[in-house]
Design a protein around this ligand. Structure first.
Ligand SMILES: *Cc1c(COP(=O)(O)O)cnc(C)c1O
Length: 377
């Protein structure tokens, strides 16, 4: 007999200890919140241009250099406004004349469409693929910036980061890594600008952007800044570089977000670095994919196993059950944010497998979903 979603009670012994499975803002580790509460009174409400805060920013920048294994000459640049603002900054200060975009979901598509409207750039090349897959770059002499997305959060697709063979000398590879950075390994020799916001893998809060920049990217930023292109001060990457090298931001940042980001970077680094974080995410996503493959109602949305994300898993359900009803029943039981990405329009759940989440909670989640599905059908 089928039940109303909101009347379904999941037995408490099946429930995860922590019900946060959002793809962003994502679960912040309780240990980080507790440590933040301990240190906050000497830190919050103090000047971001004085040693107390600048020291934390410096530790964060060097912690990221370690976590990502950045070669000599790379710099960790940061600013305010999150990834979306970084796209606008990149249209002013990173793309020289023409970019090429791989567009395979809402986020990669947004950057491409932002660039399409810029009056002083040539029309971008946009290569698309069906949602649930990713396209590949096609080297073109006219392209000076290749714009990739490490993990398309809206569809659960990850792509390998490879410099396009035959790209023009000096062409840059810029990667939106917002939901991958810190849990998916990559090779800095294939990338020039790896940018992200810290409210996903890095288990912090929104509002900041970070960009790991190669010497070639830093040169490009400097050259465009010295040209006669008009660049609004708040969107100037060169201004962000100048401030970041002094462990500052151009305008006031969210100090709590900076501290929480540092806490997560240090947690990953002291436990084994990128491999530690990647293995945690992989163990959780392997669990969810195997569960979906074995299920008689669920299937992984991404059909090619090589494109399946290890940080954000998308699962389709058959017609016998509505994914929205499952998500509503889970929510009523304190399991949050498993809803699919609305604009994909699929009968789908989306589950973050970021390293801050526990494997035991992921196992409890799929058990809870099984329980809910049984009650709904
Ligand atoms: C979340 C996300 C964004 C948007 O980040 P904001 O900080 O909210 O601007 C962009 N790209 C990807 C891949 C994301 O996952």
């Amino acid at each position: 007999m089928s039940q109303e979603p909101l009347n379904i009670q999941i037995p408490s012994n099946l429930l995860p200890a922590d019900g946060r499975f959002a793809s962003g803002p994502s679960k912040v580790r309780p240990e980080a919140i507790a440590d933040f509460a301990d240190m906050a009174n000497g830190y919050m409400g103090t000047s971001h241009r004085k040693p107390g805060v600048k020291d934390i920013v410096g530790r964060l920048r060097s912690g990221m250099t370690d976590l990502f294994g950045l070669p000599d000459g790379w710099e960790v640049i940061m600013g305010n406004g999150g990834t979306t603002l970084f796209w606008d900054a990149a249209t002013f200060g990173l793309i020289e004349q023409q970019s090429q975009h791989l567009s395979f979901g809402e986020f990669s598509g947004k950057f491409a469409s932002a660039v399409s409207k810029v009056p002083f750039l040539n029309d971008p090349q946009i290569i698309t693929s069906d949602y649930g897959s990713h396209p590949v770059c096609e080297a073109e002499a006219s392209v000076d910036t290749y714009c990739l997305t490490h993990n398309e959060t809206t569809t659960g697709v990850t792509m390998p980061l490879v410099r396009p063979a035959g790209a023009a000398d000096g062409a840059l590879v810029a990667v939106d890594a917002t939901s991958a950075a810190g849990a998916v390994a990559w090779d800095p020799s294939q990338v020039d600008c790896y940018y992200f916001a810290p409210q996903k893998v890095l288990a912090s809060d929104g509002g900041l952007w970070f960009a790991l920049c190669s010497p070639a990217a830093l040169e490009r930023i400097e050259r465009i800044a010295a040209s006669d292109r008009w660049i609004p001060a708040g969107l100037s990457l060169q201004t962000a570089v100048n401030n970041s090298l002094k462990n500052q931001t151009y305008n006031t940042p969210a100090l709590a977000s900076i501290y929480l980001t540092l806490h997560q970077v240090q947690w990953i680094n002291t436990n084994g670095g990128m491999d530690f974080a990647a293995e945690r995410s992989k163990a959780m996503s392997d669990h969810v994919y195997s569960w979906a493959e074995a299920s008689d109602v669920a299937t992984p949305f991404v059909t090619d196993p090589a494109m399946r994300s290890q940080v954000v898993v998308t699962v389709d359900f058959d017609d016998s059950v509505k994914a929205d009803d499952i998500a509503a029943a889970l929510r009523a039981n304190g399991i949050l944010d498993t809803e699919g990405y609305r604009k994909l329009g699929r009968n789908q759940l989306r589950i973050a497998c970021f390293p801050a989440i526990e494997l035991s909670d992921m196992q409890a989640l799929t058990t809870s979903i099984d329980h809910v599905v049984e009650q709904l059908r």
